[in-house]
Design a protein around this ligand. Structure first.
Ligand SMILES: [Zn+2]
Length: 247
């Protein structure tokens, strides 16, 4: 039996039926001030063979996410719409349990994928290295200010569109915190958080691989991506099936 991340599983289909995620196309017209948030589109999570948490072989969901992240980053910058990028980056002496060492500061793992390197010199983009899962927490400065909150206020952003990796980890935690912050009134004028499903991805650790090692816990990609979207909607997020720009 062929096993790959492209395998269609009747179990996953059944679970998707039980945990429905409503999705609609998003058309950006410029009427609502929208910012793009890129979560960890770095080599350490996206580039084949780049490290402990990078895909071991080409992965369709991750490659699709990178392509959409690049397309949207370009489209936002062309329109002078604000872009914010998180880059997972860790000090070698501060491990992030339960994950193995990854995205160590100064290595290429902690850098944006080659197709997004140009963002480093893009005045329209704000880059933030973070040493924890949740980008909202990772945006807190020593003086208590928050780089992400400042970005939202500076650009008067009403809606953020979130893409990146992993749907059920860094993306989900950031989205959840953004809603808590919004409800506490510290993220004005932000109203909406929209997660773009094809602009997000998660890693693949199939059950049959995990079962072969006592140290591994299964993380089936298609299912966990879906569950990430499902929980995000439970927190209040909208999910976009595609992202278009009005002429
Ligand atoms: Zn990390």
């Amino acid at each position: 039996m062929r096993r790959s991340n492209e395998m269609v599983s009747p179990t996953v289909d059944l679970l998707k039926e039980q945990l429905p995620v409503q999705q609609e196309p998003l058309v950006l017209s410029g009427d609502v001030r929208t910012g793009l948030v890129l979560v960890d589109v770095v080599n350490g999570f996206c580039t084949v063979g780049a490290g402990n948490l990078a895909p071991k072989q080409p992965n369709k969901q991750i490659a699709g996410m990178v392509a959409e992240a690049v397309r949207l980053a370009r489209a936002f910058c062309e329109r002078k719409m604000p872009v914010f990028a998180f880059l997972d980056t860790h000090h070698p002496d501060i491990p992030e349990h339960p994950y193995p060492p990854h995205c160590i500061i100064g290595t290429d793992e902690a850098n944006l994928v080659p197709e997004l390197q140009w963002l480093e010199n893009e005045p329209n983009a704000t880059l933030r290295r973070k040493d924890c899962i949740d980008g909202f927490i990772g945006s807190i400065e020593k003086d208590g200010s928050n780089i992400f909150v400042d970005w939202v206020q500076r650009h008067q952003i009403k809606s953020v569109l979130v893409v990146g990796i992993c749907t059920d980890i860094c993306v989900l935690d950031f989205v959840s915190s953004a809603f808590s912050a919004r409800n506490r009134g510290i993220l004005a004028p932000l109203e909406d958080v929209i997660v773009y499903s094809r602009g997000c991805a998660t890693f693949d650790l199939p059950v049959h691989v995990a079962q072969a090692s006592k140290d591994l816990i299964a993380h089936p990609q298609e299912l966990m991506h879906h569950i990430g979207l499902y929980i995000a909607t439970g927190r209040g997020a909208k999910v976009a099936s595609e992202v278009l720009f009005a002429a």
